[in-house]
Design a protein around this ligand. Sequence first.
Ligand SMILES: C[S@@+](CC[C@H](N)C(=O)[O-])C[C@H]1O[C@@H](n2cnc3c(N)ncnc32)[C@H](O)[C@@H]1O
Length: 213
Amino acid sequence: MSTPVATRQHDFEGLSIRYDDRVLAPRDWTAAQSHWAAELIASAPPGPVLELCAGAGQIGLLAVRLASAPLVCVEADPVACGFLRANAEAAGVRVDLREGPMDQVLHPDERFAVVIADPPWVARPEVGRFPEDPVTAIDGGPDGLDLVRGCLAVIEQHLLATGSAVLQIGPGQAGAVTALVATYAHLRVVELREFERGALVRIDRLRDGSAPE
Ligand SMILES: C[S@@+](CC[C@H](N)C(=O)[O-])C[C@H]1O[C@@H](n2cnc3c(N)ncnc32)[C@H](O)[C@@H]1O
């Protein structure tokens, strides 16, 4: 018989978030991503918000609590999805949850005004430095950027023109991520905000037909 996993609870700026040790624990500094996304929702074109790599859901839930908008969440891990559903219900937020890998669960024609993305970004050789975190939540592949690349591909395809994305990355990854964004003709890095435990990058989608600066 398998040992039951204890459910934990975390107050994320007033949201009661439940999770367990199979899921990444909520990190308080990441509320900055919710606040930034909420600011962008207020000035973005009309449309839903997409949260990629949502985990237990707290970043997207807080964003749409601060700035009301329809929310679509994508998460590959069924355990995290179970917590996300319960956390959304407890928050009174209706979420369209897509359970599966981000490159498989969106219709090609879907478009979003704002994208929140929090991919695993630890380089595989470094994963052992974080024994408390589930490997699938933090393993970003050989250079840490495999899932960042995946998020950029989704952002390129699904972000509305003049919409914005807020992408979470690791400390020291801003240069490499800016170079990756530069390979997309319609995306540009607008602003970087650095924190002790990670960084947030705002990426805008240019109006179709306009030339990148
Ligand atoms: C760094 S964690 C972030 C979770 C949550 N946003 C948080 O702050 O606690 C990354 C999440 O991405 C999920 N994930 C990994 N690969 C994915 C993929 N290809 N598509 C969708 N989600 C994925 C993991 O299961 C994990 O929950």
